[in-house]
Design a protein around this ligand. Structure first.
Ligand SMILES: *[C@@H]1O[C@H](CO)[C@@H](O)[C@H](O)[C@H]1NC(C)=O
Ligand SMILES: [Mn+2]
Length: 403
């Protein structure tokens, strides 16, 4: 035996015995003990990884392959949709789900308590899981969109872990009134929101959308992309046009916020109104502030409508989130967007997505994936604070809680 090896063994023995003799002196209290990693393997303590090691899930939540296992239940599920063949400029959002997970590792290092919202989404009534990714082909957009719709619907249409109320009756083959979990989808380019809304429609009927983005995404296919074929007409600039034409949106209740795109002309805004949206421009933050923007959104969507929240990471200025498909300067800071999202407390969020995170263009410091993770942390917190959906949705899909 080499001298260094025997020294190491002696050291190991002394550490192990000291540890064994004084087990109760090691401070192991507080939430999230599974995240504690300051013990020796095999000493009876946790063998969990550190936040900087091991396999990544969103916020280091437990992973379950929910699509393969029908007996897994949850109240909030994270699911990835690694699709990016609907992009007009920079591809790469197929790596969004894994990038966001990587950027989210430190979310609950200290326990995860959200100070401004006074809630802990990692330690609450809710069972929150990372369900992995929906399998998505990169060779056939039509098939990929079907995969995303079916995958999402299988996650959405399951009984939640926490069933606060009696499930209501199904309405015309829909799941309206049934107790449902919430699903947060990690994109993927923004095209995925069309199949996600198709899935949502099967459960809730037409919904209200809050859309954070620098772009409208209601462009007519002839205007955006030229629509040389039906397949090409569905892309990350046109999916809301299709959603409106398919009746997936509740007209005149939807709102975009953070808009600062150039247009083909003023008619793009007219078409946007036709698709059922109001517009909050990014630059309005200079005149009405975050408070004014929150007020506009709340006035538009109310607190009774079931609301789908779709967040394009390009809402943020490229200084804060450079790694995205179509960056636009002049956007909000991460602090401003987080403040505005927290301002949606009480809004009836049934599901959400975050899209257009393309990690290949990120800084070495992971600005974009961290920003995406932190924005979702606020969304998760809002959902947990609001309570189980079954308490808030009646058989007409209406909020019954006295607000
Ligand atoms: C939505 O509502 C607006 C404003 O009332 C209306 O102009 C538009 O035609 C409606 N769109 C659809 C698709 O029904
Ligand atoms: Mn966008």
């Amino acid at each position: 035996m080499h001298y260094s090896e025997s020294l190491l063994l002696a050291l190991w023995a002394s550490v192990a015995s000291a540890h064994g003799n004084h087990d109760d002196q090691i401070p192991m209290s507080g939430p999230h003990q599974s995240l504690w990693y300051n013990r020796l393997p095999g000493d009876g303590g946790t063998q969990a990884d550190a936040v900087f090691s091991g396999i990544s899930t969103f916020g280091r939540l437990p992973y379950e392959p929910c699509l393969q296992k029908s007996d897994v239940s949850y109240d909030i599920a994270f699911i990835g949709a690694p699709f990016d063949t609907g992009t007009s400029y920079r591809p790469g959002a197929r790596f969004g789900p894994s990038g966001i997970r990587q950027g989210s590792r430190r979310l609950n290092l200290y326990g995860g308590y959200n100070v401004p919202l006074a809630t802990n989404p990692f330690n609450s009534w809710a069972t929150v899981l990372d369900c992995g990714d929906i399998p998505v082909t990169s060779y056939d957009n039509t098939f990929a969109l079907r995969q995303i719709e079916e995958g999402h619907f299988r996650i959405l249409s399951r009984e939640p872990a926490t069933d606060a109320d009696e499930p209501g009756p199904a309405v015309k083959g829909r799941l309206k009134g049934k107790t449902l979990p919430r699903v947060i989808t990690l994109g993927g380019d923004h095209t995925i929101t069309l199949p996600l809304l198709r899935s949502i429609n099967r459960a809730y009927g037409p919904v209200t959308v809050i859309h954070f983005d620098s772009h409208l995404d209601t462009w007519k296919p002839k205007v955006f992309g030229g629509a040389p074929s039906d397949v090409a007409s569905v892309n990350h600039g046109t999916y809301f046009y299709h959603a409106a034409m398919e009746g997936l949106l509740k007209n005149d209740t939807n709102i975009h916020a953070g808009i600062r795109t150039t247009l083909s002309g003023p008619s793009d805004y007219e078409n946007d109104g036709y698709c059922g949206f109001e517009i909050v421009e990014a630059r309005e933050i200079d005149t009405i502030g975050a408070e004014g923007i929150i007020r506009k959104i709340r006035n538009r969507v109310g607190t009774k409508n079931p609301v789908y929240l779709s967040i394009d990471i390009d809402t943020l200025d490229p200084a804060f989130a450079p790694a995205t498909g179509t960056p636009e300067t002049g956007g909000w800071s991460t602090r401003e967007l987080r403040t505005i999202i927290r301002g949606l407390e009480g809004v009836n969020l049934i599901a959400a997505d975050i899209v257009e995170v393309a990690p290949a263009y990120d800084t070495n410091a992971e600005h974009t994936t961290m920003a995406a993770a932190d924005v979702l942390y606020e969304v998760m917190s809002l959902m947990v604070k609001k309570g189980p959906l079954s308490k808030t949705i009646d058989s007409n899909g209406r909020n019954t809680r006295d607000l």
